[in-house]
Design a binder for this molecule. Structure first.
Ligand SMILES: [Zn+2]
Length: 242
């Protein structure tokens, strides 16, 4: 992955300010995967996107992610570290974007849902049926074509299992034992919103740095953003010493 420059990242943040969370997630994914066409990104399997975002997080802010969570039972504040690199490696599925279920005369091909599919399905009156209809590639029983709406529940369940096995990162669930009461708290980790929060804090700090350096040295914003973080830090320390 290419490490994006400060000016480019700041532009991504600025564009994201006006966006809803889904738009921000897409902007982050674009930053993570500049090699992929923008129209293809929303149809990549959800787990692949999560792996991409964890890899971006590692590239921008390092491996160690601090997560805070309140115990659901006693309310104890729990703080722990996660390894972004490990998620980036483990969440990517075995590859391919279509799963195939063959059982009891059934032969079903199903595309792994992307963010675009989940968003569209969520807007429908029956999200499960809508997702099934959107992502079904082909379905046949004993050679005869069957429509998505006519798939029996056990076959639907087999498809869901196959999707989960092929795209394990689609749902990142943490299971944390409370050090106070011992109860386990389950929580979903939304890497897109986690990373956005970090990017937002980073951008606001950077703008303050630009302000301080511009005031002290009379440099322009592009000049200051072109400095390496190390040099920027060094000049800021010199300003503070005066
Ligand atoms: Zn507890």
């Amino acid at each position: 992955m290419a490490i994006t420059g400060a000016a480019e990242l700041l532009a991504t943040w600025e564009a994201g300010l006006a966006e809803a969370p889904t738009g921000r997630a897409l902007l982050l994914h674009r930053t993570a995967r500049p090699d992929v066409d923008a129209t293809t990104l929303p149809v990549l399997p959800v787990g692949e996107r999560e792996a991409d975002l964890f890899a971006l997080r590692r590239a921008l802010f390092g491996e160690r992610m601090q997560v805070r969570l309140a115990c659901l039972v006693c309310g104890e504040d729990m703080e722990f570290d996660l390894d972004a690199g490990e998620f980036a490696r483990s969440l990517g599925g075995p590859g391919g974007s279509v799963v195939r279920v063959q059982q009891d005369g059934w032969d079903v091909e199903f595309r792994l849902p992307g963010v675009a599919d989940l968003t569209a399905a969520a807007r429908s009156a029956d999200p499960r049926a809508a997702l099934l209809a959107r992502c079904l590639v082909s379905a046949a029983r004993d050679g005869a074509v069957v429509a998505a709406a006519e798939l029996p529940v056990p076959v639907q369940r087999r498809i869901a299992e196959a999707v989960e096995a092929a795209d394990p990162g689609a749902d990142v669930t943490l299971n944390i034992a409370c050090p106070e009461c011992g109860a386990a708290t389950r929580a979903e980790l939304d890497i897109a919103s986690y990373l956005w929060t970090e990017l937002d804090a980073w951008a606001r700090d950077l703008l303050l740095d630009v302000h301080l350096l511009a005031t002290s040295y009379g440099w322009s914003e592009p000049e200051i953003l072109a400095l390496s973080p190390l040099r920027r830090r060094y000049y800021l320390e010199l300003c503070a010493d005066v």
